[in-house]
Design a binder for this molecule. Structure first.
Ligand SMILES: C[S@@+](CC[C@H](N)C(=O)[O-])C[C@H]1O[C@@H](n2cnc3c(N)ncnc32)[C@H](O)[C@@H]1O
Length: 420
């Protein structure tokens, strides 16, 4: 095995093509078999580890290997960090930049991830077994729709893991045999905020079971997301789902975006703040509920915060009402990015788009006179495209801060500072 690919699998160059071999590390010698095609080569699986590479480590989780949540627990920490930094370097090189000043990787410790989406199913009764199956809940197995019934998870906030047993109990009562659902859990300061996917309408009996779960598990709120729609309705609200961004308290709307960990969020804000330096007026584009806008505004900067999600903007506006200089706007920035004329108002811009990136907004920024831009990205590929657009408009990439919010996964986030 020569290297590790972008999805965390070991790569082997074989006369018949490239093989992707999960759960291997560079230097491993393995006997493997091809199990299918994949991209430009083949997917393979290990039959036998003949000789371990130097960077093997003991995985801390008993589910590792089968669970699709983690890809890197078998890799020594130094090699893991080098892989993440290498991924960033490749993305920057693709956008035309080499030897960019890079801050050390900001780490998120185990047990700190505060957002998870679990899959759950109530299995059908097996022939010969006495009753219908007990529901199982956890992450999907690697490259599979099977669900790993999680007992422990060293990555998640322990409050989220502790919800799994009562959740299974409730789902065993409310799911039909063979029925599946998805449950998103956020561990906020005020307690757990749970959103359950459900089709069409909620039968009354089901509401009763869910209310009981909310009481017994002491949830802050339990909501219902109607499958295939944007609608998320609170079902039980026991206290406001309050968190704070910097020193500013915010009540989160159900189903809103929240950075995966407090440590990651703080690292993003610190890097943005440092990059935007003395900018007195800032636009925060794709601002969500204001994890960046509010702490920056609390420091005395005037911030205009824009997002397509009206509920998130409502929560941000409400939280920011005590701060001078917070304005908000609901706007689809893919269809209607801020134009150069509007951007003239700002001494700095931060944008933190979804995985698709911010192509339309980057085009407008490239024609603007904004002196400094902080680009937050969770996708090196879309970032490379947007960064090239900024470069064509005369921006220079000054510095990047890599942030590892998704411990032991192939994901990487970073903040890049561009200056005219
Ligand atoms: C990665 S999140 C970042 C949120 C925020 N910066 C934070 O740290 O919490 C991406 C945000 O982009 C918003 N978004 C997605 N598509 C959008 C669009 N077309 N126009 C404006 N905002 C959009 C989402 O609502 C979400 O809040």
């Amino acid at each position: 095995v020569l290297s590790i690919g972008v999805q965390g699998d070991g790569q082997v160059e074989h006369p018949s093509g490239r093989l992707y071999v999960p759960l291997t590390v560079p230097g491993d010698r393995v006997r493997a078999r091809i199990v299918g095609t994949r991209g430009d080569g083949f997917a393979a699986e290990v039959i036998e580890l003949l000789e371990p590479g130097p960077d093997r480590a003991q995985p801390p989780c008993p589910h590792f290997g089968r669970c699709g949540g983690c890809a890197f627990q078998h890799v020594a920490d130094r090699a893991y960090v080098d892989w993440k930094l290498g991924r960033l370097e490749t993305a920057l090189a693709r956008a035309g930049w080499r030897d960019v000043a890079c801050a050390p990787l900001a780490r998120t410790p185990p047990g700190a991830r505060r957002r998870a989406t679990f899959a759950a199913v109530r299995p059908r009764r097996k022939p010969g077994s006495p009753g219908e199956g007990v529901a199982i809940a956890g992450f999907h197995a690697r490259r599979s729709h099977d669900i790993v019934d999680l007992g422990v998870c060293p990555v998640l906030d322990p409050r989220i893991v502790a919800l799994l047993p009562p959740l299974r109990q409730t789902l065993s009562q409310v799911l039909h045999p063979g029925e599946r659902t998805q449950v998103t859990v956020i561990a906020a300061d005020a307690g757990l905020d749970v959103v359950m996917d459900w089709p069409e309408h909620l039968p009354f009996a089901l509401r009763e079971h869910l209310t009981k779960l909310a009481l017994e598990a002491d949830l802050a709120r339990l909501s219902w997301h109607r499958n295939g729609t944007e609608t998320t309705e609170p079902l039980v609200v026991r206290r406001p789902v309050r968190t704070r961004f910097g020193t500013v308290p915010v009540d989160l709307p159900p189903g809103c975006f929240l950075q995966a960990s407090r440590a990651g969020e703080e690292a993003i804000v610190a890097a943005v703040r440092e990059g935007l330096g003395g900018s007195r007026t800032v636009a925060d584009l794709f601002c969500g509920v204001g994890s960046i806008a509010l702490p920056i505004a609390a420091g005395g900067t005037r911030v205009h915060a824009v997002d397509v999600d009206g509920e998130a903007i409502g929560a941000l506006g409400h939280a920011g009402r005590s701060l001078a200089g917070v304005s908000t706007e609901v706007r689809d920035l893919f269809a209607r990015p801020l134009w150069p004329e509007e951007l003239r108002l700002f001494e700095g811009v931060v944008f933190d788009p979804p995985r698709a990136g911010a192509e339309a907004q980057a085009r407008q920024l490239s024609q603007s006179s904004v002196p400094v831009i902080a680009a937050v990205s969770c996708n090196p590929e879309s970032f490379a495209r947007d960064a090239r657009i900024l470069a064509q408009g005369g921006y220079h990439l000054e510095r990047v801060t890599p942030i590892d919010q998704f411990l032991w996964s192939p994901h990487l986030e970073f903040v890049a500072i561009f200056r005219r």
